[in-house]
Write a protein that binds this ligand. Structure first.
Ligand SMILES: C[S@@+](CC[C@H](N)C(=O)[O-])C[C@H]1O[C@@H](n2cnc3c(N)ncnc32)[C@H](O)[C@@H]1O
Length: 211
C-alpha cells in the first residue's frame, strides 16, 4: 500500500473531501473485489482520484464517474475534471459518465461492488440515488455517502435508511462519510448499528451547538 503522502499527490484539486475521507475511499476501492466501482458526483475529480488510486493498488477496477458536469455557476466542469484526472496519472482508470445518476442507472446493468454517493444533497435526490443504486449493489458490497453530518439531506437519509436498516452491517462514520456493507443483518448487528447512530447523533448535536 502506498504511503499517505504518495497517494495524495494532487492536494490542489479543489473539493470538499478531507484527507481522512480520501484515505477511506482509497481503502474501500483497494478492497473492492466483486463488481464495479461507481461514483455519483465527481465535480473536479478530487474523490475520483482517491478511488482510482485505491483501485489501482487493488484489483484495478475502473471507476464509473457519474456527473452531468453542469457546474454550480452554469460553467461545465468536464474539462477541469478530465485535466485533473490526467494530471494525477489515473485518466485510464476512470470512465467519465456525463449523465445524472438517474440517466446513468437506466443503462447500467453490471453489478456494483462499491458506490460513493456525493451528488445532489437534497433529501429527495439522495433518496433517489439510494433507491436507484441499492438494488445494483452486490451482497457484501459497500455503499458510502458524503456529508452525512452537516447536510440535512444525506444526514437524514443515512439515519433513516442505513443505520436503521435490516440490510446493512458495520455502519461506520469516518469524518463526514457514512459507509456500510450490504448484508442481511442479525439482531446484534442492528444493536451495533443503533449504537453507532447514537454516537453520530451526539456529533450532530455538537455541530448544531457550535452553530
Ligand atoms: C459536492 S460535488 C462532488 C464533489 C466530489 N465528489 C469531490 O470530492 O470533489 C457534487 C457534484 O454532484 C453533481 N450532481 C448533482 N446532481 C447530480 C445527479 N443527479 N447525478 C449525478 N451527479 C450530480 C454536481 O454536478 C456536482 O459536480
Amino acid at each position: 500500500m502506498m504511503k499517505k503522502d504518495e497517494i495524495n499527490r494532487y492536494p490542489d484539486i479543489p473539493g470538499w473531501l478531507a484527507d481522512e475521507e480520501g484515505e477511506l475511499l482509497y481503502r474501500l476501492a483497494m478492497e473492492c473485489k466483486d463488481g464495479e466501482i461507481v461514483e455519483i458526483g465527481s465535480w473536479k475529480g478530487k474523490s475520483t482520484v482517491w478511488l482510482a488510486e485505491g483501485s489501482r493498488a487493488g484489483r484495478g477496477l475502473k471507476i464509473h464517474a457519474i456527473d452531468p458536469h453542469k457546474g454550480y455557476d452554469g460553467k461545465s466542469t468536464l474539462k477541469e475534471f478530465k485535466d485533473n484526472i490526467a494530471r494525477a496519472g489515473v485518466g485510464g482508470m476512470i470512465i467519465p459518465v456525463v449523465k445524472t445518476s438517474e440517466e446513468a442507472a437506466k443503462g447500467f446493468s453490471k453489478p456494483v461492488g462499491l458506490i460513493f454517493i456525493d451528488g445532489s444533497h437534497e433529501y429527495n435526490d439522495v433518496k433517489k440515488d439510494f433507491e436507484l443504486w441499492f438494488p445494483r449493489l452486490v451482497d457484501g458490497g459497500v455503499m458510502a455517502f458524503h456529508d452525512t453530518l452537516g447536510y440535512d439531506g444525506p444526514r437524514r437519509l443515512v439515519n433513516e435508511l442505513v443505520y436503521k436498516s435490516r440490510s446493512f452491517r458495520n455502519v461506520r462514520l469516518v469524518n463526514n462519510i457514512t459507509y456500510a456493507v450490504k448484508a442481511e443483518n442479525t439482531f446484534p448487528d442492528r444493536l451495533r448499528n443503533r449504537l453507532s447512530l447514537l454516537i453520530k447523533r451526539l456529533r450532530e448535536m455538537a455541530i448544531r451547538k457550535k452553530g
